[in-house]
Write a protein that binds this ligand. Structure first.
Ligand code: WT7
Length: 655
């Protein structure tokens, strides 16, 4: 069956999904939460969150007001309380006698490994906190983090949180350009990076992008701390650049964590929106930690004494923040961290890791599952995956075929699958089954979590009845919600709170089936989802037109079997430019987008067209372009200024 789309027939089949997988009685009996959790949250939502905040976190000072919504949509949670994220993730476990428990099993891409206990990790974070302070980083200062998936990434994030500095992690796959704009927007004082990482057995550089980003004067950065990872030669700016190892060797291992106000900023993470400029999503401390810790315990049924948890997300994305750097450590879990890709040195690498560490909870994305499906079930079949007891999915809708394959081939037909819907903005999981309570259903994220007021509404903001579709909204504030867009409170209100009165609009289409379960149907705005990564059509269009050959560009997300959506671009070249002999404009422009934004944004196809379909008022009709990009006959083109344009494009595409 094809991917789910907002309008396609695929949904009709989904409504008739009759497979249900109730929890086994043993799983249900031993689960961290039971059916009654919904009732207790419904009875008093705010009191429910106060209870979670006190249960999952150790507060340096208790809070006296759970929620202040008087300045809506600007929320304050756990007002009056003080809490230190790093203390909660580290010191308190050591104080409780768990210093010898493994916090991170690090598996490097070349095969090097490291076993880091809670005591080790605490000491490393204390040293990093002292080192950053010695560089003049103070509470409230911003620190840009441009690192691969290595333990230093987590150490850096927690060290920032410890001293109250605000980290802004930039995905290592983003370009120098993208890094510079994020450094500028947040006015970061410090950048933490590495010489590079490894990709498919070869060194892959990172530091050169930092050098490029900082080449032009006028930036806010005072120092660049460089982790030695792949040993490649890098340029060195004396006075600005410092070696991580030298700083840590010189730093004291003593550092006392003080509590920060519950609403103290924890981090900024940039994400694509419908307009060109990425939005700096701001998360704060108390509410964020409460909801990430609660959901990590309830949705994955985490048993910190016995489970080995592995979330495959990179720290450059929100999943790597909430469910690698924060919640697992706050909950005292043992987790696996892997630097490389799933196919290196062979397509069984993930399953080898699961077998080696006896991973019991695996959290990954549908695009990965679909890729593994293509490689064939024989590959995971060679490994012992019997340790797996809970499987998670995140980032995009998971089609029922992939869901069933995940359950049978990876979960041995017994591990419950939790399909978790959330966003960079929501900070933590919002819609998901509870593995010991919910009868799971292939392809549906199903139910709002206890204490979370998610609904599906029609154009007028009225809840839709079962069996109908509409827009996903959140009716009530939730602890881990974004607090604002960094430096742009107006844009925060406008983007999320203006479409429906008094409700947060997520930007997703959704339907309720006949049981009232929620099915996510993809974005309803100009945001694409490629392999679970958010990309903005406008941002890629801007990158294309910034090339001197391009006069106009239109970008659409076309349904793709493996990556969910793929970027397809249509460009008009400037008539006056002479393309040099032997140069392929599509290839040149793909490289250009990679340089402007990063490799993940490179269009899969770039089609040079003579004209773009426009309405008489000059608006590009992306819907028609999406039709041709997905191989459909473009439907009604009568509103076009020049209806012949679409025939021309479709004919070009067939060539
Ligand atoms: C968008 C948010 C949340 C971490 C990763 C992505 C889509 C996310 C699901 C899911 C269907 C999903 C939505 C959402 N999405 N999870 N389980 N089922 N769609 O975070 O980059 O902020 O993207 O990802 O469209 O709005 P993000």
């Amino acid at each position: 069956m094809s991917q789910q789309t907002v309008n396609g027939d695929a949904f009709e089949n989904l409504l008739h999904e009759e497979r249900h997988f109730p929890p086994t009685p043993e799983f249900a009996a031993a689960a961290n939460v039971h059916e009654d959790v919904y009732a207790s949250a419904a009875e008093d939502r705010v009191a429910f969150w106060a209870e979670q905040a006190r249960k999952h976190l150790t507060w340096s000072k208790d809070f006296d007001q759970t929620l202040d919504w008087s300045d809506a949509p600007f929320a304050k949670w756990f007002v009056g309380g003080e809490v230190n994220a790093a203390y909660n993730a580290l010191d308190r476990h050591v104080e409780n006698g768990l210093g010898d428990r493994v916090a991170i099993y690090f598996e490097g891409e070349p095969g090097d490994t490291e076993k880091i206990t809670y005591a080790d990790l605490t000491e490393r974070v204390k040293k990093a906190a002292n080192a950053f302070e010695s560089l003049g980083v103070r509470k409230g200062d911003r620190v840009a983090v441009y690192l691969p998936m290595i333990p230093e990434a987590v150490v850096t994030m927690l060290a920032c949180a410890r001293i109250g500095a605000v980290h802004s992690v930039v995905f290592g796959g983003f370009s120098a350009e993208a890094l510079r704009s994020r450094i500028d927007d947040a006015e970061a004082k410090l950048v933490v990076t590495a010489d590079g990482t490894y990709r498919r057995g070869k060194p892959s550089p990172l530091k050169p992008a930092v050098d490029d980003a900082l080449a032009a004067p006028g930036h806010s950065v005072e120092h660049v701390v460089v982790v030695r990872r792949n040993g490649q030669d890098v340029d060195w700016t004396q006075g600005r650049d410092l070696h991580w190892s030298e700083l840590m060797d010189a730093a004291s291992g003593e550092h006392t964590a003080v509590g920060h106000e519950s609403e103290h900023p924890l981090y900024i993470l940039y994400t694509s929106g419908t307009t060109g400029k990425p939005k700096g999503i701001l998360h704060t401390t108390g509410g964020y930690l409460t909801q990430t810790a609660f959901t990590h315990s309830a949705v994955f049924d985490l048993k910190p004494e016995t489970d080995v948890y592995w979330c495959t997300a990179d720290i450059g994305w929100v999943t790597g923040h909430s469910y690698v750097a924060y919640a697992p450590l706050v909950n005292g879990a043992t987790q696996v961290m892997y630097e490389g890709t799933p196919d290196s040195p062979h397509q069984g690498r993930w399953w080898e890791i699961v077998e080696k560490y006896k991973v019991s909870i695996l959290y990954t994305a549908p695009t990965a599952i679909r890729t593994m499906m293509k490689w064939g079930r024989e590959i995971p079949g060679k490994y012992d995956l019997s340790s797996i007891r809970v499987l998670g999915s995140v980032g995009e809708p998971i089609n029922p075929e992939a869901w069933m394959w995940y359950r049978e081939v990876i979960g041995g037909g017994k591990a419950p699958i939790v399909d978790t819907w959330w966003q960079t903005e929501t900070g933590a999981i919002m819609v998901a089954p509870l593995p010991g309570v919910t009868s799971t259903k292939p392809g549906s994220a199903q139910v709002p979590l206890p204490g979370i007021a998610v609904d599906v509404v029609d154009e007028n903001g009225k809840p839709v009845p079962n069996g109908h579709g509409g827009f996903l909204v959140v009716r009530e504030p939730w602890p881990s919600m974004l607090r604002t867009i960094w430096g742009d409170p107006e844009r925060f209100k406008e983007t999320y709170w203006s479409r429906f009165e008094g409700m947060y609009f997520a930007g997703d289409g959704a339907k309720k089936d006949n049981d009232g379960d929620i099915w996510l149907l993809g974005r309803v705005d100009d945001v694409m989802n490629v392999s679970g990564h958010r990309l903005s059509t406008t941002e890629i269009e801007s990158a294309l037109v910034s090339h001197e050959w391009v006069a106009e560009a239109a970008v659409v997300g076309a349904t793709d079997e493996t990556t969910g959506q793929a970027v397809v671009a249509f460009v008009i070249l400037r008539s006056e430019v002479e393309i040099p002999e032997g140069e392929d404009p599509s290839a040149v422009l793909r490289t250009h987008v990679g340089k402007e934004i990063g490799p993940i944004a490179k269009p899969k196809h770039i089609l040079v067209v003579p004209e773009l379909p426009k309405t008489r008022s000059g608006k590009i009709m992306r819907r028609l372009l999406k039709d041709v990009a997905e191989g459909r006959d473009p439907g009604d083109a009568t509103t076009l200024a020049d209806p012949a344009v679409m025939q021309q494009i479709a004919a070009d595409l067939r060539k």
